[in-house]
Design a protein around this ligand. Structure first.
Ligand SMILES: *[C@@H]1O[C@H](CO)[C@@H](O)[C@H](O)[C@H]1NC(C)=O
Ligand SMILES: *[C@@H]1O[C@H](CO)[C@@H](O)[C@H](O)[C@H]1NC(C)=O
Ligand SMILES: *[C@@H]1O[C@H](CO)[C@@H](O)[C@H](O)[C@H]1NC(C)=O
Ligand SMILES: *[C@@H]1O[C@H](CO)[C@@H](O)[C@H](O)[C@H]1NC(C)=O
Ligand SMILES: *[C@@H]1O[C@H](CO)[C@@H](O)[C@H](O)[C@H]1NC(C)=O
Length: 939
C-alpha cells in the first residue's frame, strides 16, 4: 500500500478518534419488541417457611385449572405418559426445577417437574423442567413509538412465594445493534437501577436492526437472531420465566460455549460451563476460586463460531446468580428489581463493548501521571518512613510517580484526620513530593467513626446534622464496625451526602493536598454481621432463596439488607455502593482540585469506569495469582474499566525475588501499575532486592515509561471511542480459533503483544503469535508467524513484547517521573509490513486539565510510513507539544541498508543498520513535534 492509501487510513483513524461516543441508535424498528414484567410485595409472612411447609404448591393450587392440566398433569396414567415424553431431554439440556432447595421425587413431581436421578449429584439436575412447563402467557403485541409491548399473565402459580402474576413486556430497539427488553410489574413500582446521570444519549439511528425477534406466547419466551445469518443468539423458551417478589429467573440457550464476563470472579477469560454457578454480590473477599468477589458485572460477551460476537447485559443491582451449563445455556436469577435486559449484536467484539458502554458510559480520561509507577504498603508507619521509601526509590533510579499511604496515616484510623505524632508533618511531606514532580495518594474508607466524643470529629458530627448516613430498619443511624471501631456509613445515593463528602474532602485537601483518593472497603465491608445491633428477622435479610455467597448470608460482612438508603433498601442497592461512592469522590475531587480526578476503587458495578480505576484486591504473593491477574485485568477491560491492575508482587504473604521480578514485568503492562504490600510481610519495594533483580525491574520500569505516550493515546481512544486498552487476543484476531481462549498473553491496543513469564523457574516460554509479522520490541527481530506457538527466550531480565507489523508506536525517553519524561525527546518505533507501510498516532495534552478532548485543548498527530519514509501529520495542534522534539526512530523491517537518511530534507549522520535483524536506527534528530516532519531513507 502506498502513502496515499496510508493517509486515508490515517484520516479514517482520526475521524474515528474525533467521534465521541456515537451511539447508533434506534428508531422504531418493527422487529424489535419490548417485554415488561410485573412484581409486587405480597406475602409479607416469611416465604421461606411457606416453601418448607410446601404451602406453595402449583400442583395443588392448579388442580381446578383446566388450562394447566394440559401441560401440568396430575398422576393419572395418561399424565405419566405425557410427562415421560416431556422429560426425555439430554442431561446437559436439563434446567433445574429445584434451585431453591433439594426436592424429593414426590416434591419434584408435585411441581409438575421431571425426576431422573443420575450417578453423580454434581452436574445435571435430577429434578428439571419438562418442555412447555406452564409459565406466563403473552397477550397480543402492540406497537409503541420505539418498539412493542404486551401483557403477560400467569394462570398457574409457580412454586415461589410472591408470584407476580401480571407483567408488562416492553421491547425497544435502542440502536441497530442494541435490543432492549424490560419486564415490570404494571400494578406496583418496583425498585429499578438508577445509574449516575450523564451517560451521553444515543443518537437516533435509522439503520436497519442487526437482529430479528420472535415470540412464543404460551408459555412466554423469545428468540433473538442475528439477521445476517439467522444464528439464534438467545432462546428463552428453553425453560420457564419466573417472576416473584424476590426471585426472578430467565434461561436462555447460548450460541457458543465461548463466554467471558460475569465478574468479579477468579476465573480464566473463558468461563467454565460445566454446571458452574457464579454469584454477583459485592464482597470483601480475597480473590480465590468459587467466591463472589468485590465487584458485580452482570454482562457477558459470547464469541460466535465465525468470529462475530454478541453481548448481554442484565441491568440489575440485586444479588444475581448465573448458572452456566454445557448445552450451552445460561440462567439468570436475580433477587429483586426488574428484568432490564440488553442484547448487543456487535457484530464484532469491539462493537459489542462499544454498544455496552453506550448504555453504562465511556471511561474517564486518567491524568497522565497516574499511568506512572505507584508504590504503596500498609505499614509505612510514619511520614519519615514514607519519605525514606520514596527517597530510596529515587536514589536507586527507579521511575516512580506516586507515593501512597495506607491507613497508617490516620489518627485512630479515622478518615479525614492524620496522626499528629507519626504523621504530624504530612502536609509538608506532600509538598516535598510535589516539589520533586511526584504525586501523593492515600486511602479513604467510607466508614465514619461514630464513637469519638461529640465535638471532636466533625465528619461524623456534621454528617449526623446533615442526615447523610444509612439508617437501620427502625430509622436510626446504622452502626457497623470497620478499622476505627464503630462506624456509620454514608449513603451516597443521597445528594446531601455527596455535598457533605465534598466538604469533608475540601477541608482535608486544604491541609493535605492529595492528588487522588483510594476508596477501599466499599462493598461496603463491615466486621460485624449487618450492624452492631444485628438485623431484624425479615425476608430481606433471609430471602426465600439465597444464592451461594461467601459467609452464607447476604448481610455477612456488610450492612443489614433492611438498612434504608435514600433511593431504596440496602438489599437493592448493595452492589452499587462502590459505584455511588466513586461517583461522589470523583465529583468532589474535580470540584476541589479543578483538575482531572484520580480515584481507585475496590468495589465496582457497571459504569464505574466513568469515575474510577479498579484494582483486583488482596491478591496473594504466589504464581497462580500472578497468572490469573491477566484474565482479571482483561475482564475489567470488557466491563469498561480500562484503568486496572493487580497489586504487584502480591498483597498477602511474602513474595520471593523471582516472583516479584516477574510480577513487576507483567505489572509494567497493567494499565494501572502499583506495587502494594500488607503489613506483616517481607518488604517488596524494588530497591530491597539483589542487584540483578533490581536491574530487571529498573529496565522494565524504563520500558513502561518510554511507552507512556502510546498508553496515554490508547486511553484517549478508550475515553472517546470505547476501545479497550489491555485487550484480549480474540478481539483483534476473531477468526483465529487459537486466540479464543488465550489469557496468558494480551495486547495493548491492536499493536503490542505482551507475553510474560508466569511460571517459577522458567527462562523461556511458548508464546502464541497470531498470523502476522511480529517484531521484538527489544531488538526488532522479526517473526513471520502463520499463527503458531514459538519458544521464546525469557531470562529473568526479559519480558517478551512484540510489535505488530503495520504499526507505529510513539515513545519518549524515560525519566524518574512523568513530570520529567514528558519534557524528553520522543521517538518512534516503526514496524513495517512486507509492503513497507505502517501507521500510528499520538494524543497529547497537558495531562491533567479537565475535558481537554471535549474542549479541543489537545494535540493529535498521525504518523504514516510508506515508500521508505515516515511523515507526521499534526491534525490538531495547541501549545501542548511546543518545545518537544522527535529525537530519533527505529524502523523494523527495512529490507536493505540505506545509502543515506534525510530528516526534513537534511542528511542525518547518526544512523545504524543491522543486516541480520533489518533494523534501521536513527538518532540525534531534533525535529519539532508541532511541525510536519519527514524522515526518509534511500535504499
Ligand atoms: C428454542 O429452544 C426450544 C427448546 O429447546 C427448541 O425446541 C427450539 O427449537 C429452539 N428454537 C430455536 C429457534 O432455536
Ligand atoms: C464436569 O465436572 C465433573 C465433576 O463435577 C467432571 O467429572 C467432568 O469431567 C467435567 N466435565 C468436563 C467436560 O470438564
Ligand atoms: C437501630 O439502631 C438503634 C440504635 O443503635 C438500635 O437501638 C435499634 O435496635 C436498631 N434497630 C434495628 C432494627 O436494628
Ligand atoms: C432523599 O434525599 C433528599 C435530599 O437530601 C431528601 O430531600 C429526601 O427526603 C430523601 N428521601 C428519602 C426517602 O430519604
Ligand atoms: C514473611 O516475612 C516476614 C518478615 O521478613 C517474617 O517475619 C515472616 O515469618 C514471613 N512469613 C512467612 C510465612 O514466611
Amino acid at each position: 500500500m502506498g502513502p496515499l492509501c496510508d493517509f486515508t487510513v490515517a484520516l479514517l483513524l482520526l475521524a474515528f478518534a474525533l467521534s465521541t461516543c456515537l451511539c447508533i441508535n434506534n428508531s422504531s424498528n418493527r422487529e424489535a419488541r419490548l417485554v415488561r414484567s410485573v412484581y409486587a410485595f405480597q406475602n409479607k409472612s416469611t416465604q421461606h417457611e411457606r416453601l418448607v411447609n410446601n404451602n406453595y404448591n402449583p400442583a395443588k393450587t392448579s388442580k381446578n385449572s383446566v388450562e394447566t392440566k394440559k401441560v401440568h398433569p396430575e398422576s393419572s396414567n395418561e399424565a405419566d405418559i405425557s410427562r415421560d415424553s416431556k422429560c426425555t431431554m439430554a442431561p446437559e439440556s436439563r434446567f433445574n426445577c429445584a434451585r431453591d432447595r433439594v426436592l424429593s421425587q414426590g416434591e419434584c413431581e408435585e411441581r409438575g417437574c421431571c425426576y431422573a436421578p443420575l450417578p453423580d449429584s454434581a452436574g445435571p439436575p435430577w429434578c428439571f423442567y419438562p418442555s412447555l412447563y406452564p409459565g406466563y402467557n403473552m397477550g397480543p403485541l402492540s406497537p409503541t413509538p420505539r418498539g412493542q409491548e404486551a401483557t403477560l399473565t400467569r394462570a398457574t402459580p409457580s412454586h415461589l412465594p410472591g408470584d407476580i402474576s401480571t407483567l408488562h413486556l416492553d421491547v425497544i430497539q435502542e440502536t441497530a445493534g442494541c435490543f432492549h427488553l424490560t419486564l415490570k410489574d404494571p400494578s406496583a413500582q418496583r425498585y429499578e437501577v438508577n445509574l449516575p446521570a450523564g451517560v451521553p444519549q444515543t443518537e437516533a439511528d435509522t439503520k436497519e436492526a442487526l437482529y430479528t425477534t420472535e415470540y412464543q406466547s404460551d408459555p412466554f419466551g423469545f428468540i433473538v437472531r442475528r439477521k445476517s445469518n439467522g444464528r439464534v443468539i438467545m432462546n428463552t423458551t428453553v425453560a420457564p420465566l419466573l417472576f416473584a417478589d424476590q426471585y426472578l429467573q430467565l434461561s436462555t440457550a447460548l450460541t457458543s460455549p465461548l463466554v467471558s464476563g460475569l465478574g468479579e470472579h477468579y476465573t480464566s477469560l473463558l468461563l467454565d460451563l460445566n454446571w458452574t454457578s457464579l454469584t454477583l454480590w459485592n464482597k470483601d473477599m480475597a480473590p480465590h476460586a468459587d467466591a463472589n468477589l468485590y465487584g458485580s458485572h452482570p454482562f457477558f460477551i459470547v464469541q460466535e463460531e465465525d468470529g462475530s460476537a454478541h453481548g448481554v447485559f442484565l441491568l440489575n443491582s440485586n444479588a444475581v446468580e448465573v448458572m452456566l451449563q454445557p448445552s450451552p445455556a445460561l440462567t439468570w436469577v436475580a433477587l429483586g428489581g426488574i428484568f432490564d435486559l440488553y442484547v448487543f449484536l456487535g457484530p464484532d467484539a469491539p462493537s459489542v463493548i462499544r454498544q455496552y458502554l453506550q448504555v453504562i458510559g465511556y471511561p474517564m480520561m486518567p491524568p497522565y501521571w497516574s499511568l506512572g509507577f505507584h508504590l504503596c504498603r500498609w505499614g509505612y508507619t510514619t511520614s519519615k518512613t514514607t519519605r525514606r521509601v520514596a527517597q530510596r526509590m529515587h536514589d536507586a533510579k527507579f521511575p516512580m510517580d506516586v507515593q501512597w499511604n495506607d491507613l497508617d496515616y490516620a489518627d485512630k484510623r479515622r478518615v479525614f484526620t492524620f496522626d499528629p505524632w507519626r504523621f504530624g508533618d504530612l502536609p509538608q511531606m506532600v509538598d516535598e513530593f510535589h516539589k520533586k514532580g511526584m504525586k501523593y495518594i492515600l486511602i479513604l474508607d467510607p466508614g465514619i467513626s461514630s464513637s469519638s466524643p461529640p465535638g471532636t470529629y466533625s465528619p461524623f458530627d456534621d454528617g449526623l446534622k446533615r442526615d447523610v448516613f444509612i439508617k437501620n430498619a427502625t430509622g436510626q443511624v446504622l452502626i457497623g464496625k470497620v478499622w476505627p471501631g464503630p462506624t456509620a456509613f454514608p449513603d451516597f445515593t443521597n445528594p446531601e451526602t455527596r455535598s457533605w463528602w465534598e466538604d469533608c474532602i475540601r477541608d482535608f485537601h486544604s491541609k493535605v493536598p492529595v492528588d487522588g483518593l483510594w476508596i477501599d472497603m466499599n462493598e461496603p465491608a463491615s466486621f460485624v454481621q449487618g450492624s452492631v445491633d444485628g438485623c431484624p428477622d425479615s425476608d430481606l435479610e433471609n430471602p426465600p432463596y439465597t444464592p451461594r455467597v461467601v459467609g452464607g448470608q447476604l448481610n455477612t460482612g456488610t450492612l443489614c439488607m433492611s438498612a434504608q438508603q435514600n433511593l431504596s433498601t440496602h438489599y437493592n442497592l448493595h452492589n452499587m455502593y462502590g459505584l455511588t461512592e466513586a461517583f461522589a469522590t470523583h465529583r468532589a475531587l474535580l470540584k476541589v482540585r479543578g483538575k482531572r480526578p484520580f480515584v481507585l476503587s475496590r468495589s465496582s458495578f457497571p459504569g464505574i469506569g466513568r469515575f474510577s480505576g479498579v484494582w483486583t484486591g488482596d491478591v496473594m504473593s504466589d504464581w497462580e495469582q500472578l497468572r490469573y491477574s491477566i484474565p482479571a485485568v482483561l475482564q475489567f477491560s470488557l466491563f469498561g474499566v480500562p484503568l486496572v491492575g493487580a497489586d504487584i508482587c502480591g498483597f498477602e504473604g511474602n513474595t520471593t525475588e523471582e516472583l516479584c521480578v516477574r510480577w513487576m514485568q507483567l505489572g509494567a503492562f497493567y494499565p494501572f501499575m502499583r506495587n502494594h504490600n500488607d503489613r506483616p510481610n517481607a518488604p517488596q519495594e524494588p530497591f530491597i532486592f539483589g542487584q540483578k533483580a533490581q536491574a530487571a525491574m529498573r529496565s522494565v520500569l524504563n520500558l513502561r515509561y518510554s511507552l507512556l505516550p502510546f498508553l496515554y493515546t490508547l486511553f484517549h481512544h478508550a475515553h472517546t471511542s470505547a476501545e479497550t486498552v489491555a485487550r484480549p487476543l480474540f478481539m483483534e484476531f476473531p477468526t483465529d480459533p487459537n486466540c479464543q481462549s488465550i489469557d496468558r498473553q494480551f495486547l495493548w491496543g491492536s499493536s503490542l503483544l505482551i507475553s510474560p513469564v508466569l511460571e517459577q523457574g522458567a527462562v523461556e516460554l511458548a508464546a502464541y503469535l497470531p498470523p502476522a509479522t511480529w517484531y521484538s520490541l527489544h531488538n526488532g527481530q522479526p517473526f513471520y508467524s502463520k499463527g503458531q506457538y514459538l519458544l521464546l527466550p525469557a531470562p529473568l531480565d526479559t519480558i517478551n513484547v512484540h510489535v505488530r507489523e503495520g504499526h507505529i508506536i510513539p515513545q519518549q525517553e524515560p525519566a524518574l517521573t512523568t513530570a520529567a519524561s514528558r519534557r524528553n525527546s520522543f521517538y518512534l518505533t516503526v514496524a513495517l509490513t512486507a509492503g513497507g507501510w505502517a501507521h500510528g498516532d499520538l494524543f497529547w495534552d497537558d495531562g491533567e486539565s479537565l475535558d481537554t478532548f471535549e474542549t479541543g485543548n489537545y494535540c493529535y498527530l498521525v504518523f504514516i510510513a510508506g515508500q521508505s519514509q515516515v511523515v507526521s501529520d499534526p491534525l490538531r495542534l495547541t501549545g501542548a507539544l511546543d518545545g518537544l522534539v522527535l529525537g530519533g526512530l527505529q524502523v523494523f523491517g527495512v529490507p536493505s541498508p540505506p545509502l543515506y537518511v534525510l530528516a526534513n530534507g537534511d542528511k542525518v549522520r547518526d544512523f545504524t543498520y543491522r543486516s541480520d535483524t533489518k533494523v534501521l536506527i536513527v538518532t540525534g534528530l531534533d525535529l519539532p513535534m508541532s511541525k510536519v516532519f519527514t524522515v526518509q531513507w534511500a535504499l
